[in-house]
Design a protein. Sequence first.
Length: 338
Amino acid sequence: MSPVHRLAIWGLIVALSVSAGPAKAREDESTPSPTSVNRLRIEPMGLSIPSPYQPGKIPVVLIPGLWFNPTCWTPLIRALEADPQFTSAYQIWTFGYASNDPLAYSTMILRRAIAETRHRVDPDRRDPALDRMILIGHSMGGLVAKLAAVDGGDRFWRLVSDEEPSKLTGDPADLSLARETLMFRAIPEVKTVVFLATPHRGGTPNQWLLHDVATRFVPRPDALLKAHDRLVAANPPNFFKPTFRGSLTTSIDDMRWNSPIIREMVELRPPATVSWHSIIPVKNGPAGPSGNDGVVAYSSAHVEGAASETIIPAGHFCLDSPQMIAEVRRILLQENRR
């Protein structure tokens, strides 16, 4: 059985057990759970931050990939929090999201959560550490991180409609949701993004089995579907493009090779104030353009404009790799000196 077939079967088992729905950022005020690392209790959904909040320390937000929750980062968290150079400058946050939700929607949830957390812990915006935030995303989590760190303009709106956004009508909450999801600016607090095994160009055609089987079992978010249906009903028949009128995409649709959103994302570059770093595991083939990590090809993981690109000898699920942990540490200490 090929790695892709095994991943498809394993992914379906996990997907069927995943519960959907965004959660607000939270600080743990209760007794830490067994998944705790120091003062951080890792919640499966939403933005988790330490309790008490640590002013003056730069947040490092860890974003998991498809069908994983933030506890997958525990090996990295334990290694970093044992390092005094790291703990003197940084604090760890995690972000969990429903893997089936469209990429732009998951990023909107992250954008809102960061804004709400900043307002709660630093309402006067006096903590400069919060303006140096770092996002680290594994696999699909890297795509969420990328969307959080770029200006989208109206390019994602143009995927769903040729009409001017100002003509959109509907319930105010639905309008806000559509605009925040499809027309957005980079999160101003984010200054660094680290991509880990991220499929910037989507999955390869030989992974269509995973796509086609998984989309049959992964549910679409009910609240988002209802908002979609209300917007379609509230606007003229030809206001939206047929692909949007028919249904919403899932993250698995979005990550398909050469999907519309992937094509747009490939063209995006960060603002001048944001640096990108890429860690690319390779276990099959040469450590370069012909290699892959068993799931993502190097050609998909390579991203233009990165300040650094490091290839490590590991497979796609490399979150306990010593080489990966060492490279993340190197990047973080370098960024702290910037």
